[in-house]
Design a protein around this ligand. Structure first.
Ligand SMILES: [Fe+2]
Length: 140
């Protein structure tokens, strides 16, 4: 019997920040993270892993830029700290990608857990903080 391994990050409504475009993009990010995890478990080749990793990096750049524009344009006071969290993660992942492409490291369960933990905590703590602020500005 073929069994599919459980998803790394099953989406749940507890992650909703009550802003449509943010939730949509968070779901897409979660899907890419799950895809990377499945590819790792399926022992996919380095080309495939590198491709999904690149998708994750590119999409997180698009998503962070969208969130930052949203926060900044509405004068969100925690913007600098929030942006710093994005920048920190982006540089960690780019450094990982560099090592991955130069065969210094492989994609591991630890790295997948780190990404999952970062994203879930960031959504639940930091993104959920701007939800009510933006909702009050008429952003849903
Ligand atoms: Fe964020």
């Amino acid at each position: 019997m073929v069994t599919t391994p459980p998803l790394l990050f099953p989406w749940s409504e507890i992650y909703s920040v009550k802003i449509g475009i943010v939730d949509t993009q968070h779901k897409n990010l979660v899907n890419i993270l799950n895809e990377l995890h499945q590819a790792m478990l399926g022992a996919q080749g380095k080309d495939k892993l590198g491709q999904v990793l690149l998708n994750l990096i590119k999409y997180s750049q698009v998503h962070f830029a969208m969130e930052e524009k949203l926060m900044q344009s509405h004068g969100y006071t925690d913007f600098p700290a929030h942006k710093a969290e994005h920048d920190q993660l982006a540089s960690t992942v780019l450094e990982f990608q560099r090592k991955f492409l130069s065969n210094e490291v492989g994609l591991t369960v630890e790295m997948m857990d780190f990404l999952k933990d970062w994203l879930s905590k960031h959504i639940l703590d930091s993104d959920k903080k701007y939800g009510p602020f933006l909702n009050a500005k008429g952003v849903f």
